[in-house]
Design a binder for this molecule. Structure first.
Ligand code: BG6
Length: 473
């Protein structure tokens, strides 16, 4: 049975990517190195000394040269919006220069030209796991307060250049993930097992202040823009109705919710302050920081959603499963993807309701999707992928988005993750494919880079065309 559309007529349907996972051209146009150039295997191994030839991200899917062709394909699917990130090291190759790199700025002008040509609203992430390597090696990334000023200068350069063309901005991708992946998310060079809790939470604080300063800068330089935070959402269910399990799940969930609370309410919640005290964390927080956080809260909340997890107070029952960047207790009622990520469409409705009840801010789902192995086949002389599993995943999640909208939740839009195949963030594989568009590139770097439409391409185009009415329950 198909659903009559519950989606608002201005719902922003689209897809999402990050610069380091698609662009390639890692040294072109005056670009500096980023942390991604020393993370050839993602977060699965320690960083390398310098760039290595086995790093798929050096070429990625060559969006740097093929952006026009790719954006035309997104337009063919009817995208209303396209979420992409700007590579910080294209704009400030080292990160601490006084002036931006014109060639880098000009590249994103061209990307925006293509979006405009097709009537696609850009949704720009300012920082998505691509801290300039120099900032990592010289300053230890976000542990150092100096990063606040470098990031603010970078954000100001973006608002000054693109502020009139870009309405929707996200400050940091999955800002809460720094607690779990300090190099990837916080550009922190000190290995995770040597990092003190105080340094880690100081990095969090510095990023939160920088996020608020970017919001402030947008108000000055791009008054029509809207700025959102971006949180890795992962609902945490109690493994049993035992109140100790319920409390344990709340405590774990709050490690993520705190980031929304601070961005929306402009201050540290009591439970967060208690957790810092309990961990012996001693932060440097100035009165000015407090004022900046309070005065520059976000316009909307965006988030990624892939998995839910469980939690229990009983150590003997803590059987861990895979998660997005960090593991969680496995939920025995759910199935998992080939990478062990547990699939839970209803969890998306739960998150939407929870965030709306909590923050009363418009919500934007800016990542959701299935990483799966695809097989390229020939049908009627055309290469394609029959990805019914991906269609089922998206259908089931989008039905739940519709339910949440019917529940009264204000949802601005939905951008599927990796609308075109790209290099995975955690494992740096090509074979973990998310796209509606297949890219001929393999884990060993071989392939023509040609693009092929998967079965899900036409399916998603139909969903957008019908504004969700073609979804089936
Ligand atoms: C999110 C990131 O954590 O999940 C993306 O914002 C990432 O960059 C996505 O690609 C999916 O994760 P992975 O590891 O399968 O690429």
């Amino acid at each position: 049975m198909s659903t009559s559309s519950t989606f608002p007529s201005d719902f922003l349907w689209g897809g999402a990517i990050a610069a380091n996972q698609i662009e390639g051209g890692y040294k072109e146009g005056g670009k500096g190195l980023s942390i991604q150039d020393v993370m050839p295997q993602g977060i699965t191994t320690p960083r390398t000394e310098g760039p290595t030839d086995d790093n798929l991200k050096q070429v990625a899917i060559d969006f740097y040269h093929r952006y026009a062709e790719d954006i035309a394909l997104f337009a063919e699917m009817g995208f209303k919006t396209f979420r992409f990130s700007i590579a910080w090291s294209r704009i400030f190759p080292l990160g601490d220069e006084a002036e931006p790199n014109e060639e880098g700025l000009a590249f994103y002008d061209r990307v925006l030209d293509e979006c405009e040509k097709h009537g696609i609203e850009p949704l720009v992430t300012i920082s998505h796991y691509e801290t300039p390597l120099h900032l990592t090696e010289t300053y230890d990334g976000w542990v150092n307060r100096d990063l606040i000023g470098f990031y603010e200068r970078y954000a100001r350069a973006l608002f000054a250049r693109y502020g009139a063309r870009v309405k929707y901005w996200l400050t940091f991708n999955e800002i809460n993930s720094v607690l779990h992946a300090p190099l990837l998310s916080g550009g922190i060079n000190t290995p995770k097992d040597q990092l003190t809790k105080t340094d880690l939470y100081q990095a969090v604080h510095n990023e939160l202040v920088a996020s608020a300063l970017a919001t402030k800068a947008a108000r000055e330089l791009a008054p029509n823009a809207q700025v959102g935070c971006m949180i890795l959402a992962m609902p945490v269910y109690p493994l049993s109705p035992d109140p100790d399990d319920v409390m344990a799940s709340l405590t774990t969930e709050r490690t993520n919710l705190a980031f929304g609370d601070i961005h929306v309410r402009g201050e540290y919640p009591g439970y967060y302050l208690r957790s810092l005290r309990d961990q012996g964390v001693d932060l440097v927080v100035t009165d000015e920081d407090r004022a900046v956080l309070k005065e520059n809260t976000v316009d909307f909340v965006s988030f990624s959603y892939y998995v839910s997890v469980a939690e229990t107070a009983d150590e003997s029952k803590r059987v861990m499963g895979e998660g997005n960047l960090f593991p969680g207790v496995r939920n025995p009622t759910l199935k998992a993807s080939e990478w062990g990520w547990q699939i839970d469409p209803v969890g998306l409705r739960i998150v939407l309701n929870q965030f709306w009840d909590r923050w009363q801010k418009p919500l934007f789902i800016v990542e959701n999707g299935l990483g799966a192995k695809d097989e390229l086949v020939e049908v009627d002389g055309r290469k394609t992928v029959i990805d019914d599993y991906r269609i089922a995943y998206f259908n089931d999640h989008l039905v739940q988005v519709g339910e949440a909208i019917t529940d009264g939740v204000d949802v601005m839009g939905y951008t599927s993750w990796g609308c075109i195949d790209l290099v995975s963030a955690s494992t740096a594989q090509m074979s973990k494919r998310y796209g509606f568009i297949y890219v001929d590139r393999n884990d060993d770097g071989s392939g023509t880079l040609d693009r092929y439409k998967k079965k899900s391409f036409d399916w998603y185009a139909g969903v957008i065309r019908s504004n969700g009415a073609s979804l089936t329950r």
